[in-house]
Design a protein around this ligand. Structure first.
Ligand code: SF4
Length: 315
C-alpha cells in the first residue's frame, strides 16, 4: 500500500454543517468550567486537541468516530499490564472504542478504528465500574478514554456515590487538552499516558496529529501537577504518573527528547520503556515500521532513559 493510500486512513479536518449545532463557536473552556455542565463540551465538541466541533449531543460523530454515548468494547481483569497495576488479582480494564489518534501501527485497531462494541449510558458505565470492583481487581483501568472524558466524569461520579473506591487509571494516548484534564482532578488517581513521539512531523505522518508533542507535553505537565510522581505501596501503584513509551524502529519515537522532557517534570517520573513493537494494521506499508526493533535500538533507548530517569521499567 502506498503512502497515499495510508493517508486515506488518517483523521483529517472535517466540515461540519453550520446549522447542525447551535452552540458552535463556544469553544473556549474557562478555568472554572462547571463539572455539572460537562456534557456541553460535546456540542460543539472541543474535548480533545482536535476540537473538531462535531455536534455529538445531536447525534453527530466526531473525528474520533464516537457520538453522544461511549462505546464499550469489553471489560474485566487483565494480567498483561504493568506489574504495579496487576498485582495478584489483575487490573480492571475497561476498553472503549474509537480514538482521537489514527496511528497506522495501531495494535488495537479493531477497537480503535473499527469501533467494535456497544453504546452505553453513563448509568450503565457506572455499573460496569462497580462490577470491576466486585471482581476484586486492584484498580479501574480506563483504556482509550480521552474522547469520552465528559461521559466518564459523570459515570465516575455516579459510581463513587455508590461506593467505588478503587484507584482510577487514565490509560490514554497522551493527545489531550490540559483544560479537559483539569476536570478530572480528584477523580483520577493514576495517569498512564503514552508519550509516543517527540516530533510533530512524525506524529502527523504516523498518527494524523500535527501538534501531538505540543499537547502531549502540556498534558503530561497537567497530569503531574495533579498527581505527582508514582507512589507504589506493597508492590501496587496507588497514585501518580506512569508514562509509557514504545520504542519504534529507526528512531521514529524520538526517545532521547521524550526522556529529557520527562526528567524536566521529575527525574523520578516512572517510565515503562516498551520493546514489544510489531508491525500491525497499516504499518507494513511504511518502512521501517514493517519490522520489529533491533536489540541495539532498544539498548540505545534504554541507555538514554537511564541517563535521565531513575525509575525505568521494561514491561
Ligand atoms: S473528542 Fe472526538 S469529537 Fe471531540 S474534538 Fe476530539 S475528535 Fe472531535
Amino acid at each position: 500500500m502506498s503512502r497515499l493510500l495510508i493517508a486515506d486512513f488518517m483523521i483529517k479536518p472535517r466540515a461540519v454543517p453550520e446549522q447542525a449545532c447551535q452552540l458552535r463557536g463556544a469553544r473556549i473552556l474557562p478555568y472554572n468550567f462547571p463539572v455539572d455542565d460537562v456534557l456541553s463540551l460535546l456540542e460543539p465538541c472541543r474535548v480533545c486537541p482536535r476540537e473538531c466541533g462535531a455536534c455529538r449531543l445531536s447525534g453527530e460523530r466526531g473525528d474520533c468516530g464516537v457520538g453522544r454515548h461511549a462505546i464499550l468494547s469489553s471489560y474485566g481483569p487483565h494480567f498483561g499490564e504493568e506489574r504495579v497495576l496487576v498485582g495478584r488479582r489483575g487490573s480492571g480494564t475497561v476498553f472503549f472504542a474509537g480514538c482521537n489518534l489514527s496511528c497506522i501501527f495501531c495494535q488495537n485497531y479493531e477497537i480503535s478504528h473499527m469501533r467494535y462494541g456497544s453504546p452505553v449510558s453513563e448509568e450503565e458505565l457506572a455499573l460496569v465500574f462497580l462490577e470491576i470492583q466486585d471482581m476484586g481487581c486492584h484498580n479501574l483501568n480506563l483504556v482509550s478514554p480521552t474522547h469520552i472524558t465528559p461521559q466518564i466524569i459523570l459515570a465516575l461520579r455516579m459510581a463513587r456515590e455508590r461506593g467505588l473506591h478503587l484507584p482510577v487509571v487514565w490509560n490514554s494516548g497522551g493527545y489531550e487538552r490540559p483544560e479537559t484534564l483539569r476536570l478530572l482532578e480528584g477523580l483520577v488517581d493514576i495517569y498512564m499516558p503514552d508519550a509516543k513521539y517527540s516530533d510533530n512531523a512524525v506524529a502527523r505522518e504516523l498518527s494524523g496529529a500535527d501538534d501531538y508533542w505540543d499537547f502531549c507535553r502540556a498534558a503530561l505537565r497537567e497530569m503531574h501537577r495533579q498527581v505527582g510522581d508514582l507512589v507504589v505501596e506493597d508492590g501496587l501503584a496507588k497514585r501518580g504518573l506512569l508514562v509509557r513509551h514504545l520504542v519504534l524502529p529507526g528512531g521514529l519515537s524520538g526517545t532521547e527528547k521524550v526522556v529529557k522532557f520527562l526528567a524536566e517534570l521529575s527525574p523520578d517520573t516512572f517510565l515503562n520503556l516498551m520493546d514489544q513493537y510489531y508491525p500491525c494494521y497499516l504499518a507494513s506499508a511504511r518502512p521501517p515500521l514493517d519490522r520489529r526493533i533491533t536489540p541495539e535500538e532498544y539498548s540505545e533507548a534504554l541507555s538514554a532513559a537511564k541517563r535521565y530517569l531513575r525509575r525505568v521499567i521494561n514491561h
